[in-house]
Structures are given as structure tokens and as C-alpha cells.
Design a binder for this molecule. Structure first.
Ligand code: AMP
Length: 452
């Protein structure tokens, strides 16, 4: 769970400001750390990276230390490695091609053999992220060019990676051959290019969305040429775009894998209404993630939507709190019910996904305390059962409620009068037409890569 951005501007462009805005738009993809590396074409890259939100970490003073027309940015939610300053990205290392910086969204798998090989060669790791493996492979490469060293490095790793890599004179954007994570290229007004995880970042910096980077595609920008050069990693038969990006993770105003996220979530809700209609006076979304699915559900059944739960927007996602006890407390901090809307009513609560069941349990109790007569729960995706190895921060197998309880037991646990999920076939029927293949491991346990 990370957001990446790469800015390749004209000489007069303040690339770090655009990278900052791009990271700001992608804050939802990672709140643990933020960082930007920039270059004005000189030998040294400039780097500012540390813990915290983009707006907290990047003071005016820090941004003013990032001159130049080239920059990459990153915001991180730890999926491997702990939340430590040394793990903040972009990472920078000295290489045969001068200083090189890298920002990574995704998660490598089966890394221990490569780490062993590098360690035997005397390579010292300064972080505990899997991203550093790619950087060290580039730094120890015998290849003649940066792009050749990137090819060589990527041939040795497996997993999910959308990357932006830069030196003082080059920028490389890559999406892994399975295309797990999104990455797209845009054109900057006034000239230049930009790479971002999500199109909502392009909107903010007023760049034009050219297209998604294809799975396995490498885009190279160089100071001595004007146009991007496109090439491909060895192809893999099937694509595995992360379907959970569409269900929960990406922002609704982004277009991801060729689909608008908001419309897809609404369609999940409409399909859920067909599969699992409820008799009720109102549909209440769990804000914010359940809103589009709830709208689709409400429209399909002609049941009015009421925002009977209100979220305090100054609290982070409950999920990121480190312990169970804090998470329980967090739900109350984060949501409140509107008694005069809910009292005496039959309510259908809609959320995008059910993970541990703890949020729904608290919120359903809150709605009942506010006087609701019936509370039905509908979920806009199937039961989650498998942790993600490809870049989404998810709980362990044991923590997923669907691995402990069947649907009836889950209903009892969360305290709903009825509970139904969108079926797996229903979910695929909404998205199937528009892409070549999705990673659905978190629902099916079918891993696209054999995990050692
Ligand atoms: P729970 O009550 O634990 O089942 O949490 C459900 C809520 O967590 C839903 O509102 C989801 O939108 C949200 N959610 C789902 N997956 C994640 C994730 N990987 N990280 C943070 N929140 C999530």
C-alpha cells in the first residue's frame, strides 16, 4: 500500500512541488512516511523523506531543499519492514550510473535467495524494505546503462512492483508483468511527463492522462531525447491486476485498470441489491468506503439513502491503529450515529468489505443504540480469507472473520438481523468485461505466484 509519483519536467519546472501535490492526492495509499528525491541535473540528488503524512512532513523549508526539474515521490504504508525512518522512500544509493533513487508500490515475494546472494557479495542493506533489493541489484550490476541494469535486476525478483527510478539524467517507470498495482503516464501542461499510481493525482496537477503503463512495460525518459522510449519485460501469460484496488483501496475519483473506481463500486452495490435485496426504510453507507456501493444498492432497490452515520474526517483509517484495544476505541472516535434519522427505522448498512468484523460490530451497535428497529448488513465484496503478499496491508489468516466464523456466525458476531455478501461471480460479472485478468487471491487463495 503505497503511492508513487515521478515528474519529468521542462527546465523551469519545480518538479518537487508537483511530486508533493501528486503524493498529497495519493495520501490514502500510505500514511506511514512520505518522501521526495529531486534533481537539477547535477551530480547529487536531493532527498527529503521521513515519517508522517505528506502535509506534516513537507514543510516549506523541506520543499525548498528539493530543487530541479526531475523528481520522484512516495508515500508509504508499511507492508514489509517496520515503520522506521530508514524505510521511508524514495531510497537513494550510489551506483555505476551515479546516484539513483527508487520508489516502489507493491511487494516482492521469494526474496531470500537474492538477499543471500547480495549479502555474500558483501552488500550492506540500510533498510528493511524489499525495495532496497532492487536498488542494490542495480548498484552491483555490471550492465553498461541504467536501463540495462534495471532489466537485469527485475529478472531476479518476483512479485508486485510498480516503480519509478531516477538518476540525474534519466527516469524509468515500470509495472511488473502481472500488473498487480496501477501506474499511469500523463503529460504535463507546458511539456514534460508524469507517472502516478492513480489518476486522481493527475487531476490535481492538471496533467493529461495519456494511458496506463502496460503490465511488464518499461518507460524510459532521458535528458538527451525528447520522447519517452517504451519497451517490455519478458511477458507473462496472465495479468493479475489487484481487484481489491477497485473494491476498497483506490480513490473513487481515479480510473484504475481502465475502470472508474466509483462507477465500479456503485455497480457492485447494484449487483448486491439483485443478489441480496432487503426490506428496509433506508440504506445507510459506512462512510466513506461504503458510499458508492450503498448508492448502487439504494438506486437498484429504490430505497432512499440516508447518511445516518457521520465520520470525523480528522481521524485516520481505523485499520492503521496498531492494537486491537486502540482500534475499538478508534471506531467511536471516527463515527457517530444520528439518532433522529435512525430511531424506529429498518436500516440496511452497506460497506465495501468485511475484514475483521470489528468496525461493523461497533457501528451496528451504535445504530441500534440510536433506536433503529432492524439492522441488516450488506457487503459489496465476497468474504476475505487470504492475506495479501502483493502489496496490500491485510491481517493474518486468523484475523479474517470469514476464517473463524461462517456467515450465520458472523451475523451473530456483528449483531445484524441479516448479513449477505456480494458473491464472487457477482463481483466478477461487474468487472470481467473490462480487463484481461485480476488477482483475486484474498478471496480465493489462488496465488498467481508460487510462494516459497
Ligand atoms: P472490519 O470491521 O475489521 O471488518 O473492517 C471493515 C472496514 O475496513 C471496511 O470499512 C473497509 O472499508 C476497511 N478495510 C478493508 N480492507 C482494509 C485494509 N486493507 N486496510 C484498511 N481498511 C480496510
Amino acid at each position: 500500500m503505497c503511492g508513487i509519483v515521478g515528474v519529468w519536467g521542462r527546465r523551469e519546472t519545480e518538479a518537487s512541488i508537483l511530486a508533493y501535490l501528486g503524493s498529497y492526492a495519493q495520501q490514502h495509499r500510505g500514511q506511514a512516511s512520505a518522501g521526495i528525491v529531486s534533481s537539477d541535473g547535477g551530480k547529487k540528488l536531493y532527498r527529503e523523506a521521513g515519517l508522517g503524512l505528506v502535509r506534516e512532513f513537507f514543510t516549506k523549508e523541506r520543499l525548498s531543499c528539493l530543487p530541479g526539474h526531475i523528481a520522484i515521490g512516495h508515500n508509504r504504508y508499511a507492508t514489509t519492514g517496520t515503520v522506521k525512518e530508514c524505510n521511508a522512500q524514495p531510497l537513494v544509493a550510489e551506483t555505476p550510473f551515479g546516484e539513483v533513487a527508487i520508489a516502489h508500490n507493491g511487494n516482492l515475494v521469494n526474496t531470500s535467495a537474492v538477499v543471500d546472494m547480495l549479502t555474500r557479495r558483501g552488500v550492506l542493506f540500510t533498510s528493511t524494505t524489499d525495495t532496497e533489493i532492487i536498488l542494490r541489484l542495480i548498484a552491483t550490476s555490471k550492465a553498461k546503462t541504467l536501463i540495462a541494469s534495471v532489466y537485469e535486476a527485475l529478472a531476479q525478483v518476483e512479485g508486485a512492483y510498480s516503480l519509478v527510478i531516477m538518476s540525474a539524467t534519466e527516469m524509468i517507470a515500470v509495472r511488473d508483468p502481472r500488473g498487480f498495482r496501477p501506474l499511469c503516464i500523463g503529460k504535463l501542461e507546458g511539456g514534460g511527463y508524469v507517472f502516478v499510481s492513480e489518476t486522481c493525482a493527475l487531476d490535481l496537477i492538471e496533467a493529461t492522462h495519456m494511458r496506463d503503463i502496460f503490465p511488464g512495460e518499461i518507460v524510459l525518459l532521458r535528458s538527451d531525447t525528447t520522447n519517452p522510449e517504451y519497451s517490455f519485460l519478458p511477458a507473462i501469460e496472465k495479468r493479475h491486476a489487484c481487484l481489491f484496488e477497485l473494491v476498497y483501496f483506490a480513490r473513487p475519483d481515479s480510473n484504475v485498470f481502465g475502470d472508474n473506481v466509483y462507477l465500479i463500486r456503485k455497480a457492485f452495490g447494484a449487483e448486491l441489491a439483485r443478489e441480496a435485496p432487503a426490506t428496509a426504510d433506508m440504506v445507510v453507507p459506512i462512510p466513506d468506503s461504503g458510499v458508492p456501493a450503498a448508492l448502487g444498492y439504494s438506486e437498484a432497490l429504490g430505497i432512499p439513502i440516508e447518511h445516518g452515520l457521520i465520520r470525523n474526517h480528522y481521524v485516520g483509517r481505523t485499520f492503521i491503529e496498531p492494537t486491537q484495544s486502540i482500534r475499538h476505541f478508534g471506531v467511536k472516535v471516527k463515527h457517530n450515529a444520528i439518532r433522529c434519522v435512525l430511531a424506529g427505522k429498518r436500516v440496511v448498512v452497506v460497506d465495501d468489505s468485511l475484514v475483521r468484523g470489528t468496525t461493523s460490530k461497533k457501528l451496528i451497535a451504535m445504530i441500534r443504540n440510536a433506536g433503529a428497529r432492524e439492522v441488516h448488513m450488506r457487503v459489496g465484496s465476497p468474504p476475505l480469507v487470504e492475506p495479501c503478499y502483493y502489496g496490500i496491508d491485510t491481517p493474518t489468516r486468523e484475523e479474517y472473520i470469514a476464517n473463524t466464523y461462517n456467515i450465520e456466525e458472523t451475523r451473530q458476531f456483528i449483531g445484524a438481523d441479516s448479513l449477505q455478501y456480494l458473491s464472487y461471480a457477482g463481483m466478477l460479472s461487474v468487472v470481467r468485461k473490462t480487463s484481461q485478468g485480476y488477482c483475486t487471491t484474498c478471496w480465493t487463495r489462488n496465488h498467481p505466484i508460487h510462494i516459497l
